[in-house]
Write a protein that binds this ligand. Structure first.
Ligand SMILES: Cc1cc2nc3c(=O)[nH]c(=O)nc-3n(C[C@H](O)[C@H](O)[C@H](O)COP(=O)(O)O)c2cc1C
Length: 402
């Protein structure tokens, strides 16, 4: 049995990836901003919530399917947008697309993919959402929206927690950020991973084709290019503008407080994604699982709330659902699968999570995800979960248009 076949948890896939990728790439996936306090909290804070199962409530089968924008998905786990996936496996985004299609889940495609959004769309059938930013040149954002519609993307996802690129210190040390450079350490480390070199060597040079028509150069200039096109002045009027030019489902990714969720809802957004970019942007902000309750309360079920950040276990997913998430998106969990074994690895990561969800539902006595709510949770001392704190900005009500 290979090490890949022996992997039974998401963490096993992470460990496999650490031995298979050059250190700088492993760090690029795993790392966060600054002291990585938020990165650590995203995972650790799930332990502050405990599941409280129901006795003698068994069923032969459990239903973990969810509905999103009129589609029924077999599991509440979708794939988060991640830039640069082709660095970890050749044509990485196509592998992810095929895995998502095989599992029937949604792939959120990053604007920073190493394949064009059109090539990813035809790589495999299955629902895809395009993630994008508001750029200094609004024409770039408009162009992404037009291309997404033309290529059959079902939704747009606007990332709002990235007005500038976060301080990812591992990348700085490894020479992967501004002024990228090949240090002796980087070269020696890469030489220790001949399988990765061999695999990647068979493929054409990696680039960022979605940005090519907007002036992006080779991989080594990418950080500077993205830093130059992102708009640090992005505001609510820009969300209104995007809402005006895109009539399909619009998800806002990177919301962490109830008042912001209410405001996005008033503008006509179709889903809120509670996210802190996997701890890669604002360090020292709170964990997403701690932000979820306030956002879900503010939204009052009028549109779906999604969550990402720190999902490593099926029980993490159930805790998020109990606190009000319709579905969760996984970033690193699917990338560790990708780096370990391409499409098979992503499928395995998704299968691990849905298997763990099913197992916990069977033992906890939950036939369907609808059975889970706050009463299914306790804090880590066994006390009921309190009401989420009131967001002070909420006291100035925003008119809800829909
Ligand atoms: C390597 C990597 C690249 C990412 N690239 C993007 C991106 O291009 N756009 C975006 O909105 N989020 C990006 N993210 C953030 C993810 O979409 C998601 O918010 C985060 O990974 C969730 O946390 P998790 O990795 O703990 O699941 C990236 C995350 C990682 C790990």
């Amino acid at each position: 049995m290979s090490a890949f076949e022996r992997a039974i948890t998401i963490d096993d896939l992470r460990v496999l990836t650490r031995s298979r990728l050059p250190r700088a790439l492993y760090d690029y996936i795993e790392g966060g901003a600054g002291d990585e306090a938020t990165l650590v909290s995203n995972g650790a804070r799930f332990a502050a919530y405990r599941l409280l199962g129901r006795a003698l409530a068994g069923t032969a089968t459990r239903d973990q399917s969810v509905e999103l924008f009129g589609r029924r998905l077999p599991s509440p786990v979708i794939v988060a947008p991640t830039g640069g996936s082709g660095l970890f496996w050749p044509a990485g985004e196509a592998e992810v697309a095929r895995a998502c299609a095989a599992k029937g889940t949604v792939m959120m495609v990053s604007a920073g993919a190493t394949l064009s959004l059109e090539d990813i769309a035809v790589a495999a059938p299955g629902p895809k959402w395009l993630q994008l930013f508001i750029y200094r040149d609004r024409g770039i954002t408009r162009d992404f929206a037009t291309r997404a519609a033309g290529a059959g993307y079902e939704a747009l996802c606007l990332t709002v927690d990235c007005p500038i690129i976060g301080p990812r210190e591992r990348d700085l040390r490894n020479g992967l950020s501004a002024n990228p450079r090949l240090t002796l350490r980087t070269c020696l480390d890469a030489a220790r991973h001949p399988r990765w070199w061999l695999r990647m060597g068979r493929r054409p040079r990696i680039g960022f084709p979605n940005y090519a028509r907007h002036g992006a150069g080779p991989l080594r200039d990418m950080h500077a290019f993205v830093a130059g096109v992102l708009d640090p002045t992005v505001g609510w009027k820009d969300l209104e503008w995007l809402r005006g030019i895109w009539s399909g489902p619009l998800i806002v990714k990177g919301i962490m407080r109830g008042s912001d969720a209410t405001r996005a809802l008033a503008i006509g957004c179709d889903a809120i994604q509670v996210s802190n970019h996997g701890g890669r942007q604002l360090d020292q902000t709170i964990a997403t699982i701690d932000a979820l309750g306030e956002v879900a309360t503010a939204v009052e079920g009028r549109i779906p709330v999604l969550l990402d950040g720190g999902i490593r276990r099926g029980t993490d997913v159930l805790k998020a659902v109990a606190l009000g998430a319709r579905a969760v998106a996984v970033g690193r969990a699917h990338l560790w699968g990708l780096a370990a074994a391409g499409q098979r690895g992503v499928e395995k990561a998704l299968a691990i999570l849905s298997g763990e969800i099913d197992c916990a539902m069977a033992i906890g006595g939950w036939d369907s995800l609808r059975d889970l709510d706050r009463s299914s949770l306790r804090d880590d001392a066994g006390r009921p979960i309190g009401s989420p704190p009131v967001d002070p900005v909420q006291s100035s009500p925003v008119a809800v248009a829909r």
